[in-house]
Design a protein around this ligand. Structure first.
Ligand SMILES: [Zn+2]
Ligand SMILES: [Zn+2]
Length: 84
């Protein structure tokens, strides 16, 4: 069962769209109002993501994998994930 409700604003996707938010609730979606990035403190929105996201998106996939490997993985699991 896909999770399609945004954790940020509660907006619900009409259905699974193949993105990671089918499995993990999205923290922010394109329906969210602009939010303040907890990492860099800049304002971020679906249309104008802060520097954190932009730098990651523009990074070649190989570099992203290296980054994740160096840090021992990238935890995208929500902290309030219900236990099975
Ligand atoms: Zn949202
Ligand atoms: Zn940021």
């Amino acid at each position: 069962m896909a999770i399609t409700t945004c954790a940020g604003c509660g907006a619900t996707k009409p259905g699974p769209d193949g993105s990671p938010t089918d499995v993990y609730p999205s923290t922010h979606c394109d329906k969210c109002p602009p939010w303040k990035c907890e990492i860099c403190g800049d304002m971020s929105s679906a249309d104008a993501l802060c520097g954190c996201w932009v730098s990651l998106a523009e990074m070649p996939l190989a570099d992203v994998k290296t980054l994740f490997a160096r840090d021992g993985g990238f935890d995208i699991t929500p902290t309030e994930e219900p236990q099975p």
